[in-house]
Every structure is written in C-alpha cells, then in structure tokens.
Write a protein that binds this ligand. Structure first.
Ligand SMILES: NC(=O)c1ccc[n+]([C@@H]2O[C@H](COP(=O)([O-])OP(=O)(O)OC[C@H]3O[C@@H](n4cnc5c(N)ncnc54)[C@H](O)[C@@H]3O)[C@@H](O)[C@H]2O)c1
Length: 281
C-alpha cells in the first residue's frame, strides 16, 4: 500500500488526502471540478499551518506532505497506479454507483475500493463491480486529520483479507478502526441520527428552545456540542437523507424524520453552510 487515490475533494476528500499524505503515502486527489481541487489544496495548506502552530508538524513536513499530493480531473489518470481508492464524492447513490462501475473498469486488478459514504449500502455499491470481495466502507469523521475513528464497514461479500488490510492501514494513519457490518446507518449514524431527530422533536413540540436543548446535552451528558448545533454543522439536508435511509431500510416508523426538519430543508435552511439552521451563522 503506497498509492492512494481519493475521489472527491470536498470537505471529507481533502481531509482524507491530508491524512494519507501526512503518514507518507502518495496521494492522487481527483475531482470533476478544478475549482474544488484548488480549494482542497488551499484548505490542506491552512490545516497544515494549524498543525505547525500546535507543534505537531514542522514547515519541512508541510512541504513534503503537499509534494505527495497530486491533483487530477481525469479519473483514469488519477487511479492508474492506485493500491487503494477512497471514494468521498457527493452522497448520492446514483453518483456513487456510476463512480464504482468506472473504478472497477479503470483500476488495476489488485486495487481495493473503499467508500466514505455516511449511509449508502456498501453491499449495493459493491454489486456494480466485479470485485465485491475487495469493496469496503472506510468511514472517516470530520475533520479527518483530527478525529480518531474510522468505521470500517464490511459489505456482504467483503473478504476477511480486505477487512484486515483496511484495519491495519487505518492504524498506520494513527486512527482507531472499528469493524461493523453493513446495515442502514452502520453504527455511527444509526445512533446519532435518532438522537438528533429526537432533539428536533423536542424543539418542534415546544419542550424547550434550541439553546436550552443543546445546553442540557452539553452540560448534562458531557457532549462537546449539542445535537441541534451538530445537525447544523453536518447539514440538515444530509441529516434528512440519512434518516430517510434508516426509515426505508428498516421500515420502522421510529426513524421517521421530524416534520420540522423536513420543512427546514424545503425552506433551504440547511445549517452552517447556508448561514442558518437552528442557529444563525
Ligand atoms: N461532511 C461530513 O461531515 C461527512 C462525514 C463522514 C462522511 N461523509 C461522506 O463523505 C462523502 C463526501 O462528503 P463531503 O461532505 O466531503 O461532500 P462535499 O460536497 O464537500 O464534496 C463532494 C465532492 O465530490 C465531488 N464529486 C461529485 N461527483 C464526482 C465524481 N463523479 N467524480 C469526482 N468527484 C466528484 C464534488 O465536486 C465535490 O467536490 C459523502 O459520501 C458523505 O456522506 C461526510
């Protein structure tokens, strides 16, 4: 494992590229949008500066890390040498299935294919390839260079060898991998999203205002951030789409998204990225 290709250079893609390059891997960062690649390199530079300020890295480390990241808009060129591809493109099933079909065609036979999806079935993604045994979920958390967890999701056909390779690779990035099976929301979002949804219900029913709900969870349960603020940071559209995956996947009404969340998304109040959600930014 030396050549890592990362498909999608948004919030997660730039963090994943940063983490691999920091630990000595050669990274090909791929996006369809040249502007996204430019923004990603600038973000990685700023985040490296933050690590220098905290004395985690030196200026020389920064130069080396940036030199290990090459950018591509052409998928074929970007994955030609890949030992592992980590897909971190937009959370949309048809986009991801299209990417994996192409990856299967373009990548060398030995290449492992991982997805950073928050909710889409790894088994379904693997089914559009001819290498389902070498397809796996590698779910990093935001911000990737800081957060320790990698949720490693085994699809129905993922081999033990692939799983073990990804577990040990995650440790080489100084992360803590946790192995889970492929069911809707995996573990992280299956537990987090109902918590967020319940907090939204408490607001919707007038139990308390947003700040009070978040304060109860921060000071009472030692959460670093309240669930409503966290929802704003994740994006309310993303929360809604994950809840829909849980609701459809399990067919259980307990996962039905709160009508207030549905309304806020329809109104374009998506949280931090649009300047307003449960709070104003
Ligand atoms: N944001 C989070 O907190 C978070 C956390 C964990 C997992 N995830 C998952 O990570 C993935 C990426 O999320 P994000 O927040 O970084 O999204 P984002 O919107 O910030 O970035 C997605 C990038 O993918 C690019 N893209 C779209 N189609 C592409 C294609 N065919 N080929 C190459 N690039 C393409 C877009 O141009 C964009 O730059 C999603 O699956 C998401 O569910 C997100």
């Amino acid at each position: 494992m030396q050549h890592i290709s990362v498909v999608g250079s948004g919030t997660m893609g730039n963090g994943i590229a940063h983490a691999f390059a920091q630990y000595g891997f050669d990274v090909a960062l791929i996006d369809t949008q040249p502007s996204a690649l430019e923004k990603a390199i600038a973000t990685i530079g700023n985040n490296l500066d933050r690590q220098i300020k905290k004395e985690i890295l030196s200026e020389a480390d920064k130069t080396g890390i940036l030199a290990r990241i090459a950018t591509y808009t052409d998928l074929a060129r970007g994955v030609g040498k890949a030992d592992l591809v980590v897909e971190a493109a937009t959370e949309n099933e048809s986009i991801k299935l299209g990417i994996f079909e192409e990856l299967d065609r373009l990548c060398p036979k030995h290449t492992l294919l991982a997805s950073n999806t928050s909710s889409i079935s790894i088994t379904k993604i693997a089914s559009v390839t001819h290498r389902a045994d070498r397809v796996i979920g590698m779910h990093f958390m935001n911000p990737v260079p800081v957060m320790k967890l990698v949720e490693v999701i085994k699809g129905y056909a993922t081999s033990v060898e692939t799983t073990n390779t990804i577990l040990s690779l995650s440790k080489r990035l100084d992360k803590v991998p946790v192995e889970v099976n492929d069911y809707p929301g995996f573990v992280s979002n299956r537990i987090l999203m109902p918590l967020i949804n319940e907090a939204i219900y408490a607001l919707y029913e007038g139990v308390a205002d947003a700040e009070a709900i978040d304060t109860v969870m921060k000071l009472g349960m030692a959460h670093p951030m309240g669930p409503l603020q966290l929802a704003d940071f994740i994006g309310l559209d993303v929360c809604l789409s994950i809840l829909r995956v849980l609701h459809t996947g399990f067919g259980n009404p307990k996962y039905a998204p709160c009508p207030l969340l549905v309304n806020m998304v329809a109104a374009g109040k998506l949280g931090k990225k649009t300047g307003s959600g449960f709070y104003t930014y």
